[in-house]
Unconditional design. Structure first.
Length: 100
C-alpha cells in the first residue's frame, strides 16, 4: 500500500550564497498522488496571496520571498515522496506503527 507525503525544502540565501537549508515532511499523508499535488498547489497559492511570496525563477524552487533589498531571500521547494505502508503492521497496536 502506498501513500504520498509532501516534503518541503526551505533554503536561505544571503548575498547570493545559500547559507541554510532545512527539509521537513508534512505530517499528513495522502492516498492519491493528485491529492498531494493539490495540497502543494493550494499551499503555494495561499503563500503567494498572504505571505509576500512569488514564483521562483531559480531552477528547483517553487517560491521565493525577497527581503532586505534582495540580499536575504528565502526559497521554498515542494516535493512529493512515496511512503510505503506495511499492511502487516496495521493489525498490530499503535506502538508498532511508530517504527515504520
Amino acid at each position: 500500500m502506498q501513500h504520498y507525503r509532501v516534503k518541503v525544502l526551505i533554503a536561505m540565501q544571503r548575498d547570493g550564497v545559500f547559507v541554510h537549508r532545512n527539509e521537513f515532511m508534512h505530517p499528513e499523508s495522502f492516498a492519491l498522488l493528485d491529492d498531494a499535488l493539490a495540497f502543494c498547489a493550494g499551499d503555494m497559492e495561499e503563500k503567494m496571496q498572504t505571505g509576500n511570496y512569488f514564483r521562483s525563477q531559480l531552477y528547483g524552487f517553487d517560491l521565493v520571498r525577497y527581503r532586505n533589498l534582495c540580499t536575504q531571500n528565502m526559497y521554498i521547494a515542494y516535493r512529493v515522496a512515496i511512503q510505503t505502508v506495511n499492511r502487516s503492521l496495521l493489525a498490530r497496536d499503535f506502538e508498532s506503527l511508530t517504527y515504520i
